[in-house]
Each structure stands twice: as C-alpha cells, then as structure tokens.
Design a binder for this molecule. Structure first.
Ligand code: SAM
Length: 267
C-alpha cells in the first residue's frame, strides 16, 4: 500500500521545470530533477551569476526578517516561500523571538512534503499549499487563522515571487489584499527581478521562454508595489545594498543588480 507520506509524489510534474525546484538547484539543494537542472543550465548561459543571485536573495531574506523582528514583528506570512533550505524564515524569526509564528504559503506540492517534515516539531509554524493569487482563500485558511492574530502587526513577505505574476494577474491588487488584512504597524517585504540592464532583459527572455511566468519589472514598477505605505530606508535597491551587514563594493556586478528589494511599513 502506498505510504501516505509519499502521496505528494503523484502530484509532481517532472516533465517541466518547477520554480521551487529550479530555485533549489541554484541554492545547491537536493530536491530537484533533471528537468530543473537543465533549465538552470540554460539560465546560466545568460546569467552566469544566477547561483550568486539566489544567495543574495536568501541573504536579504535573512536581513529583512531580522529587521522585522527588531521592530517587534512576531508573525509572518511568507508567500511563495519555496522549498526549505538553510535559514528559513521561522529559524531566523524564532532565533530573534522564540514565540514568532510563521505561515509558509506555496503552491508546489514538494514544498508541502518537505516543509511538513521540517516543521513537524514546531507548533508555531505551518505550511499551506495554496495559490497566493487568491488572497481571500489564503486569509481564510484554518492554519493561517490559527497562527496569525490579525489584530497584531504582521510581516507580509513576497520575496522572489511577484516577478512570476503577469500584470493581468493583478499583482498590485494581490499585494493590496494582503496588506488590507493586516493592521497598522505591519510590514511589506518584497524582492523582485529588475529589468534595469540589457543583461537583465536577456535573462528575462530566457526565463519567460522556459517558465512562461510573469515578467521582470523596473525599479519604479517595483517601488509602486509599496504605494500607500512608508517605504523605509534605503528604499527599493539592488539586494546587496539593502541594509548590508558588511561594506558593499561601489561597483555592483550584473548579478548584484538583477534583483531589487525593499521593506515598507503600514502606518
Ligand atoms: N521566497 C523564497 C525565497 O525568496 O527564498 C522562495 C522563492 S522561489 C523563487 C518562488 C516560490 O514561489 C516557489 O517555491 C514557487 O513554487 C512559489 N510560487 C510560484 N507561484 C506561486 C503561486 N501562484 N502561489 C504560491 N506559490 C507560488
């Protein structure tokens, strides 16, 4: 008889790259298939630094969560959270405050399987397998309602995900819907592929041809996601420039400018 824990295996598609698994490849993880590695090999041809870009994104995720924790945030909704890796949101947040609660949301079945294993011992975290494009469904999810107190500030995280949404999927409206559900004192944390250079436009073409999702946006377009909120210093900037732990060289490489990010406060 099939082991219940292995049910997710029947729902995964190994004929096409998955965003979560391809990201796992560039983070040197083990939860990926040949089709994902072949996709990354194609991306490397146009973005040789793609492995570094993933690292910059994980590093800002850590700095951002630490910053939110330092502002008193103990509840996080991590949308498009990805496969568990090192320094996941709950590990960073619970190191700062062991009471911190984290709901991970991702629509990839492997994220659920691996996330559940990781979180089995942790009753202040949950993984919800849902499509983040349906904020009403996510916000009504029993796991979200159980862990998140919507009368207290929440860190809403859309890290490395909005560039997977096309304009006609209403990414701006999706951001607004999540932010409307959380009280003043909450924060919005976004990182996003940025179409700022020829290199980034070449990368975008390759991503879209192979994945068929979303688009890169300009720094102005990424900044517009924060409209209505107090965008905190240093604004929307290349990832290594957002509140770095160590001095950053004056000249950034193409890979260091491929993604931008920022954090804003709802007042
Ligand atoms: N947030 C993590 C980080 O920055 O390290 C992971 C980012 S990963 C590039 C994007 C994740 O979003 C993938 O795990 C993918 O499965 C998930 N994703 C893509 N579209 C989604 C959707 N419509 N709903 C929920 N998750 C989605």
């Amino acid at each position: 008889m099939a082991d219940k824990r292995d049910e997710w295996k029947s729902t995964i598609d190994t004929t096409r790259p998955s965003i979560a698994r391809a990201y796992d490849v560039v983070l040197n993880g083990k939860d990926n298939f040949e089709v994902d590695r072949a996709f990354v090999a194609e991306i490397v041809k146009v973005v040789p630094e793609i492995y570094d870009v993933a690292t910059y994104n994980r590093q800002i995720l850590g700095r951002g969560v630490r910053f939110l924790s330092s502002q008193g945030i103990t509840q996080f909704i991590d949308l498009g959270s990805g496969l568990p890796t090192v320094e996941n949101t709950h590990q960073v947040a619970q190191r700062a405050n062991p009471e911190s609660r984290v709901v991970y949301v991702d629509n990839d079945p492997m994220v659920l399987a691996h996330g559940r294993a990781l979180l089995a011992e942790n009753d202040r975290t949950a993984v919800v397998t849902s499509d983040l494009r349906d904020p009403a469904a996510i916000l009504a999810d029993p796991a979200v309602k159980e862990l998140i107190d919507f009368d207290r500030p929440v860190g809403v995280m859309l890290v490395g995900i909005l560039h997977h949404l096309h304009d006609d999927e209403n990414p701006r409206g999706i951001v607004e819907a999540y932010m409307a559900a959380v009280p003043p004192g909450s924060y919005l944390f976004i990182t996003h592929f940025c179409a700022s250079t020829q290199d980034s436009r070449d990368a975008e073409k390759k991503f879209l041809a192979l994945l068929g999702t979303g688009r890169f946006r300009t720094a102005e377009e990424i900044t517009a996601f924060f409209d209505g909120f107090e965008l905190l210093e240093p604004g929307v900037v290349p990832l290594p420039l957002w509140r770095p732990d160590e001095p950053v060289p004056a000249e950034l490489t193409a890979g260091q400018q491929l993604m931008y990010g920022g954090i804003a406060r709802k007042n």
